[in-house]
Each structure stands twice: as C-alpha cells, then as structure tokens.
Design a protein around this ligand. Structure first.
Ligand code: GLN
Length: 203
C-alpha cells in the first residue's frame, strides 16, 4: 500500500510541526494552499492558528466551499485548536460580524472559541486519550472546548471537565496541540484513519 497523501492547510498557523509529525507517522505530507492541492490529498490537517483569519483566507483562496464539499464527501480530516473550531458545525463566540470564524461542518458539534483562553491563556497537562495506552501531553493555547456533540460523535478526551478531543467517522479534532510535543500518537491515529484503519467500531 502506498503512503497516504496527507495535506496540511497552509494559509496561516503552525504547519511545519504537523508536516513533521505526519511524516513520522508514515504519511506523505505536503502543504495545501490551492484547489488542485486540496483535490490531490487523501486526508487534511487543519492546524492551529487563528480561526477567524483562516476562515477568511479560505474564502480569499476559493477553498471554503471546495473544502466543505470534500468533507461532506467523506474526506478524512484532523483539526487542532483553530482547526477544531473550523471543523465544528456550530461555533460560539465566533468573532466580530464580517470577520467571524466560519464552520466547515466536519463534525456534528458546538465549539466555543477561546473558551479556556477566557480563564487562562495557555496551559498544559497530561490527560487520558481514548484508545491510547498512556496519557498524552496536551498543550492548550487560547483553546476552544466542545459544548455539545451529536449522537455519532465519540468523545476521546476531556480536560477540566470539558470535552477537548472528539472523532466522528473519519474526522478527528483536538482542542490542544500534539504537534509541539514530539509525541506522534495522535497523528498516527489520524494517519491510520486515512488508511481506513483504527475504526473504533472495528476494534
Ligand atoms: N484562539 C484561536 C482561534 O480562535 C485558536 C488558538 C490556537 O489555534 N492555538 O482560532
């Protein structure tokens, strides 16, 4: 089997660490900035950054509707922090009118933007993650949390009582940044999902 082609949306945010983590997890990783690059990938990572800025860059680059369409068509995706916000079906505190973060609808969930940021800008801790045999170091930077999940959404991790990692089908999202820790297990999970493995229903 060839290595899966996994793109990292590279309009804004921390792309380099995701590319390295994906390669360590066995993927052929590349940046995605244009439609042809989006069309060529088997899976997509949406990195952390600023979800409002990324939304409007998606519009400027004519990628918003093509990405929504590919997600609706089953494209495997993983969003970290700002990426989690964008993958939601509903965003609370989305930002000022006209510049607000725009939901892509990859996961049936309601996410509150900057939720932890209101309490404490940045923090980290070791938390259990469903399916992993030991805790992951979770680094939160002005992070969102998940306030509602649909029936088909699996909750993978919580921090301080809030949902911070979820999966629905082939779409994964974390409120934290595993790409900065050197622990590639979350990226490995995603690459396995892109390969059609690691389905919770099958394990
Ligand atoms: N607060 C940012 C946003 O609203 C997310 C922060 C991050 O990605 N580290 O998009």
């Amino acid at each position: 089997m060839r290595a899966p082609r996994v793109g990292v949306l590279a309009l804004q945010g921390d792309t380099r660490e995701h590319l390295a983590a994906l390669r360590a997890a066995g993927a052929e990783a590349s940046t995605v900035r244009r439609r042809s690059e989006l069309d060529a990938v088997d899976g997509l990572v949406i990195p952390g950054g600023e979800s409002t800025a990324m939304s409007h860059l998606l519009l400027d680059f004519d990628l918003l509707e093509p990405l929504r369409a590919r997600l609706a068509d089953g494209l495997p995706a993983y969003g970290a922090c700002a990426g989690m916000i964008l993958l939601a079906s509903e965003i609370l505190d989305a930002g000022a009118d006209g510049r607000a973060a725009l939901p892509l609808g990859g996961i049936d969930m309601t996410v509150r933007r900057n939720a932890f940021g209101r309490q404490v800008d940045s923090f980290e801790g070791d938390i259990p993650f469903e399916g992993l045999d030991s805790n992951v170091r979770a680094v939160f930077i002005r992070a969102p949390w998940v306030e509602r999940v649909g029936d088909d959404v699996q909750v993978l991790a919580r921090a301080a009582g809030h949902i911070v990692a979820v999966r629905q089908g082939a779409v994964l999202a974390t409120a934290f940044h595993p790409e900065v820790t050197g622990d590639h297990r979350v990226h490995q999970l995603f690459v396995d999902m892109v390969n059609g493995r690691g389905d919770p229903a099958a394990t």
